[in-house]
Design a protein around this ligand. Sequence first.
Ligand code: TXA
Ligand code: MG
Length: 362
Amino acid sequence: MNKNQANNPKTTLLLKINPTNPEPEKIQTAAQIIQKNGLVAFPTETVYGLGANALDSNTILKLFKTKNRPMDNPPIIHIADTYQVNLLTKEVPKNAEILMKKFWPGPLTLIFKRASIIPKETVANLDAVAIRMPKNKIALSLIKQSGTPIAAPSANISGKPSPTTAQHVYTDLNGKIDAILDGGPTNIGVESTVLDLSIDPPLLLRPGATTFEDIQAILPNVLLHHSIINSEQNVDIKQARSPGMLHKHYAPNAEMLLIDGAIQDIISKITTLAEQYRREGKKIGILATDETQKEYATMNTVKSMGSRLNLDTIANNLFKKLREFNESPVDIILAESVPTDGMGLAIMNRLQKASNYNVLKA
Ligand code: TXA
Ligand code: MG
């Protein structure tokens, strides 16, 4: 391959595939691409992943480059059979076995001490490896058919909201990857829970649909990483506007403020702020909920994330709504917070990151 070819855009193959009964020939096509060290985006139950042969270091380097992902942030390795955990890890602690039995396949990623078979590029030189078994027929068939564990970070350009539809993947990665398996929108909408079992006590690094409470019921000594507990910062508007690239994640193009507190206070605060920003000539987006959206003036672009009575609906819509604000541009997004029980913790964690930790107390 000459230099020019390397920089040329590729043709990205788009394959619509049946999520309940994936067509074997489409899985075969995608699996062959993985085996030839190509990159294939595929749905999981959480978000779309960008799959690559986890055991080939050059492919992994290509994966990082394609996503524009910092090299120190390792992807999750996806497997289809529990025996693969033994191949990829040094030891499987007893508590891991219990969690795997209860929650796999499903939205729980476990971190283990790694085996030497995994190239150091795949784990960013760490001694640990993150593994999960997704609960999605397309993903499971693809992994099985490929005959190799598949490294799959979310299939977005780093820093953007994770993709929950094939269209989101297409927007970010068309011309850069070999194929997209379009199995429709994902069920859950936020990425898997990440739990570190390579240390004692176990530490929850990223909240997801397998909730902290779910894990606590089995491992009573599990801890929440301090950044998840202490991420609320009581900042005034001036401070809130200051950029801080460190945490940039899931970010819409517009600046975003997350308003926290009791629901009536949130509504009043957002109403006041919206009025204030409008006087400055700004276009305002409001990230509200089914129950509250009618409270805001219609001159604002108001979008509902879902129902407060069913936080799963909010998780499911969150990244989609953040991306929508890039298509109908606004200058500032004012977002409602939700309670942090159950799925709420995962939602708030993503909202905090999307807002770059610009959290205002209502
Ligand atoms: O739901 C999901 O987990 C999706 C789908 C595609 O499976 N994948 C996903 O991957 O969200 P990614 O790469 O966007 O996020 C992986 C997370 C990162 O926060 C990374 O820092 C963490 O897992 N991680 C991976 N390996 C790790 C390790 N050895 N130690 C600590 N954290 C690790
Ligand atoms: Mg990601």
